[in-house]
Ligand binder design. Sequence first.
Ligand SMILES: [Zn+2]
Length: 416
Amino acid sequence: MTHSHNLMNDLAFLDDKRAPMTEQLLAWCGINSGSTNLDGLKRMHAALSDAFGGLGAEVETIPSRPLPVVTREGEIVEQPIGDMLRLVKRPQAPVRVLLTGHMDTVFPVDHPFQSETFLDSDTLNAPGAADMKGGLLVMLYALLTIEQSPLADQIGYEILINADEEIGSQGSAHMLTEAASRAHFACVYEPALADGTLAGARKGSGNFAAIIKGKSAHAGREHHLGRNALVAAVDFISGIDRLSGQREGLTVNVARVDGGGPNNVVPDLAVVRFNVRLEQPDDSDWLLSEANKLIADIDSREGFSAKLEGGFTRPPKPMTPQLDAFFRALRAAGDELGIGVDWVPTGGCCDGNNIAAAGIPVIDTLGVRGAHIHSAQEFAKLDSLVERAKLSALLLLKIAAGELPNPGLFEKTEKN
Ligand SMILES: [Zn+2]
């Protein structure tokens, strides 16, 4: 058995790919694909379809579900979401992996950060360079490498690239869950830290809006007839804020309040938006019941109504024995390439949360090395394009060759 030798030969395909990957990355970063820019997302979808078509399978366009949004006026409207991209290759192969990424960025079409700057020969500052257009290239080139390998028929994959990750993936989460049910394990191409450290356990997240309605009245003539929604909102805000820290690792961030109007009118509406992060899956029920008690208290007051919209969209992703085994497999592949593989827990969340909740192990920071994402200082390390493509390709080839365990089959019997 001299698989190792053959596998390293397979990776030679990537040796001269830094220049074409960089060129492709610049082109992709030049397309604004903010989550709400549907035209830009269409152009991005087309560019990705061209590139991923090189894998030799049909590129499918999958519509996303619209996103319910609470407006400043307390109304619920449906926001359209860009289409997903899907590609399936060898679905009957003995090893089946789900690879996911997102084509959207946090930068809307009117954001000042729209163009690229080379900070040095290895550092590209550009919108989406790290998060995660660089990661999509890492995924693509790892798979192109596998397609060149004689081991390709041992491994099948499904690619899902959504257009709403940065706004919570509510329009695509059902597809992530469905695709996870067909795969042994998953690879997600969010960026690693600049030094290459990956994200291990992740907190879960929920976004909520409390809609509080009172009754308007003239502030001078009939103040006593008014029911002040902003004042009621203060009670809700101080109550919900106090929940932070009552469960280990649970935080509540009151982010925004809409409502109110002229000085001489008692305000009849307040919309309070807040985000919750948590470590333990069970804490979501506790938080919901506490929040609903606060809502019920206001709703029961004469002349007031209150309701809670939103929910938990990213379940916590705990470190499990299965995930630990997956990381150790990745570390073994990294060792052969001289790439150190380490991981740390994070409060951030991503599609890896949803995939983990669907029951398969997932490493979700297999993209480029980079930093300062979600800001105009975002950068990607260009040397990591080839480096990380080699890491993913070797991981998958070694699993296909049986040199590393299939993480989805590790202690499967003990999983439930
Ligand atoms: Zn991302």
